[in-house]
Ligand binder design. Structure first.
Ligand code: CP
Length: 362
């Protein structure tokens, strides 16, 4: 069964197929208007969303299919204690494909282990957001004409920003991409992305203190919101919330063809005066999200019987005496919220990480 849990679940060929199909859908809307007739998508959202949930809904409707699900888990039997695994077992009786957002990291991976229909990760905590990544890749392609060779600046909350983590992973599939990281010390990119993605897969990156010093180099500026909902310490949030703000003055330093992306929602990090700049691509990016999700639904159902996922790399703690008693310590991991087993992945550098949330096992 092919699920989309992590951006690395898709090969470069598969990403190219999805992006090409999305472009074909954009140019030939009528050709696709009935291709999902009699098929159903379930959207299970345990965390708030505007773009992701509604674009999945709109995508399935534009393909001629139907949509069911919940936008607030409190209105479902989750409020009675039903687990994610039981929920997808049940929903798989009603739908052909499931898009799930969850505040618990690794919830979709754990759910996919028992699902009889493809699961799409629509965002798990601060961890991954692979369909935003496909949206971003389509947007960069449409704005610049290519992804190979770009210099992309990620600015803002790189610690909790799941869209950043996922896009950097996917960019490792492309040639000669340079990454510039612009974040306050408190919100720097997690080590596992720097070490296991950038260093291991050969993405060159540098960390800088100001936007101004790198604006002229960038082909893409990827702005992000500082995510108040992920902070445990509100004083720390207040200290960093307005660290980086994009305005017209900073835009004047950028290339004429630079594209500004933002997964949205924004708060203060892009002033509305930037919206009229032709390089502001973030609302075009939203619409690309619908087209790429149309392509993804189509492809996942076409690939339903194809093998996929990362299970082959997983080490069962129970099967190795040296790992006995080790647990993931991330309180937001599925291991510590439902009865998921202790499972690990050993990176090529020898680091042991949680299979579900990528946290380092100490
Ligand atoms: N970009 C994104 O995931 O937006 P929503 O949280 O509104 O779905």
């Amino acid at each position: 069964m092919k699920h989309l849990i992590d951006p690395m679940d898709l090969s470069k060929v598969e990403i190219d197929e999805i992006l090409a199909l999305a472009q074909d859908i954009i140019g030939n809307r009528e050709k696709y208007q009935d291709v999902m007739a009699h098929k159903k998508l379930a959207t299970l959202f345990y965390e708030p969303s505007t773009r992701t949930r509604l674009s999945f809904t709109s995508a399935m409707m534009e393909l001629g299919g139907n949509v069911l699900g919940f936008a607030d888990a409190r209105s479902s039997s989750v409020s009675k204690g039903e687990t994610v695994q039981d929920t997808v077992r049940v929903v798989g009786c009603f739908a052909d494909v499931i898009a799930m957002r969850h505040h618990i990291e690794g919830a979709q991976l754990y759910a996919s282990e028992v699902s009889k229909v493809p699961i799409i990760n629509a965002g798990d905590g601060s961890h991954s957001h692979p369909t935003q990544t496909l949206t971003d890749l389509l947007t960069i392609t449409r704005e610049l004409g290519h992804i190979d060779g770009i210099t992309i600046g990620f600015c803002g909350d790189l610690k909790f920003g799941r869209t950043v983590h996922s896009l950097i992973k996917a960019l490792s599939r492309y040639k000669d991409v340079k990454v510039v990281l612009i974040a306050p010390d408190e919100l720097k990119l997690p080590d596992y992305i720097k070490q296991d993605v950038c260093d291991r897969l050969g993405i060159s990156y540098k960390e800088v203190k100001t936007m101004e010093e790198v604006m002229p180099e960038l082909d893409v500026l990827y702005m992000t919101r500082v995510q108040q909902e992920r902070f445990l310490d509100m004083d720390e949030f207040d200290r960093v919330k307005d660290s980086f703000v994009l305005d017209s003055k900073k835009m004047s330093l950028a290339k004429d063809k630079m594209a500004v992306l933002h997964p949205l929602p924004r708060v203060n990090e892009i002033l509305t005066e930037v919206d009229a700049d032709p390089r502001a691509a973030y609302f075009r990016q939203v619409e690309n999200g619908k087209f790429v999700r149309m392509a993804l639904i189509y492809k996942l159902l076409e690939w339903k019987d194809k093998a996929g996922g990362t299970a082959s790399q997983c080490i069962e703690a129970a099967s190795e005496p040296s790992l006995s008693g080790l647990r993931c310590t991330n309180p937001k991991c599925i291991c510590n919220n439902e009865n998921a087993p202790a499972r690990f992945v050993r990176t090529s550098g020898g680091t042991l990480r949680c299979y579900y949330c990528d946290s380092k096992i100490k």
